[in-house]
Design a protein around this ligand. Sequence first.
Ligand SMILES: [Zn+2]
Length: 75
Amino acid sequence: MYDQNRPQRQMHDVSSLGLKCTECGVDITELPFEPTKRDDGTYGRLYCQPCNRNRRKSFGGGGSGFGGGGRRDRY
Ligand SMILES: [Zn+2]
């Protein structure tokens, strides 16, 4: 069985914006979303892919799980 409905992630080329990762300061060349400029002229906090992953992993730290167990798909 193939998962045809899997949403495709489109990467946005942001290399021309000169963005840097808030966490480690590396240049960000692409993002999974389109950054939007705020009133203060910045794009807010943006992270490179590795940092994003780390943040997500440790997000909400401590405690394993929420809802415990079964995954329910509902529409
Ligand atoms: Zn980073």
